[in-house]
Design a protein around this ligand. Sequence first.
Ligand code: FAD
Ligand code: SF4
Length: 527
Amino acid sequence: MPLPLEQTTTVTVRLTALRILLGDQLSFDIATLSDLDSERDVVLMMEVQEEGTYVRHHKQKIVLVLSAMRHFAAALRERGVTVDYIELDAPGNTGALSSEVARAVARHRPERIVVTEPGEWRVKGLIDAWASLTGTPVEVRSDDRFFASHERFAGWARGRKTWRMEHFYREMRREHGLLMEGEQPAGGEWNYDAANRKRLPQRTVPPTRRRFEPDATTREVIALVEQRFPDHFGDVEPFGWPVTRAEALLALDDFIKHGLPTFGDYQDAMKAGAPFLYHALLAPALNIGLLLPREVCAAAETAFMAGAAPLNAVEGFVRQILGWREYVRGVYWTFMPDYAERNALQATRALPDLYWTGETDMRCLRDVIEGTARYAYSHHIQRLMVTGNFALLAGIAPRQIERWYLAVYADAVEWVEMPNTLGMAVFADGGQMASKPYAASGAYIHRMSDFCSGCAYDVNLKTGPRACPFNYLYWAFLIRNKRWLSGNVRLAMPYRTLTQWSREREAAVVAEAEAFLDTLGAGGKSG
Ligand SMILES: Cc1cc2nc3c(=O)[nH]c(=O)nc-3n(C[C@H](O)[C@H](O)[C@H](O)COP(=O)(O)OP(=O)(O)OC[C@H]3O[C@@H](n4cnc5c(N)ncnc54)[C@H](O)[C@@H]3O)c2cc1C
Ligand code: SF4
């Protein structure tokens, strides 16, 4: 029955929904917005100090997220959406997500809160408390930007004794029809990794990759970050990451044209002073939602069908996204929160200062850490086989190196960073992610890069003051961890070699490794 006029004027119309977008949910297609009523709903976006400081994120990572959030809010407003946007230095900003949600509920009095599941266990804990904190029902939606939901991953994992990414990946290929010829994989093979391990020829000049000049919004955020996070790791400029959907699409186009055709061949190669090579540089945009994994894989597949990129490159790229990216997310959500505390090899050494300063005579480590400080980026093999391999061999406490990786890259989000660090780089999960530790001596770095030619150490020397530290650290690692690793069939060869060593020789290598590690300042700096 319609209300009499005087009564209608006094009734306050309650908002239908307060729709909350987190900093890594900047997608127009996100579930939070799927049934948005722009007449009666408000979208809440919050910049809070707490999210910028729970680890000391690289300055460029904070600029990326804040600038992309501001641009996304502006794009929503252009589409007629009401956005309640709390800037970092807005008066009354309490600095924390939950207290900002409580303030917004008091302002808008919504009937319900709608949010998409977060990418981090810590934030899930916050969201779980919002209903009781605000007295408002909270609807948490599944993040359908991924290929596999949590239920789909659990369905794959159920009943399996050992988990291997490759098995999951093949199932995903079939399910999503990517690079398939009927029931068979394109070209007859599922995996072309063996073709993707070439060293970069010395004279090859990698292409100049597209970067994006900061606009007025990004400039404002750069100034804010300099002022609010002055002691965080890394250079705030040159900042060149895409911060809008339009820029992210240009970055994708640049990769498909200039990176993808050679991505496969030189996927594992490293070159001093050249951190990007033929890599996609898309993880920052993917991880905050400016690009979607489906469209990125589709763009690569289209390039293959058009004859613009070879199969080894396209399959290698699709495997990283449809395979590894989805797989590590499954590992993270299956094993958290205990996963964060795994330390299968009982490693306890404090993270050396050189991870923050880059001050070391080891050219490979110095180059990768300097590149990280300058661009908030290094590519996968630099992360895995230089900084990760060193942390593994040196026995650095997993939680300390994990927090380092979370802090230093523009693309670092815990659900993807943590399994890559604890599982892949330092074997702290005891083999959940990888069938053997990615431990390597200097020979690997020498084979895949040009670092060794300009290094103070000699990669061909195994012991002595000029010997490449990776060489004796590698053997000391195997000796130190014999009780856990000697039964691993994939390490049978080096352990067989060790049976020919005398106890004195083993002790000498361990002592040399310990003496070297003791020269590294540890733990003093934190970025
Ligand atoms: C110790 C360590 C920490 C890492 N931390 C992160 C992180 O915080 N965030 C992150 O996105 N990736 C992380 N990775 C995975 C990988 O190194 C980066 O995704 C990649 O270097 C990003 O650069 P790119 O976009 O140029 O990727 P490319 O090498 O060109 O690969 C294409 C895309 O595939 C995906 N991808 C590639 N390798 C992986 C992988 N192992 N796991 C998940 N996705 C992958 C990424 O989305 C990437 O954009 C980490 C790897 C290691 C070894
Ligand atoms: S010699 Fe050893 S420390 Fe130097 S760049 Fe080569 S691998 Fe790195």
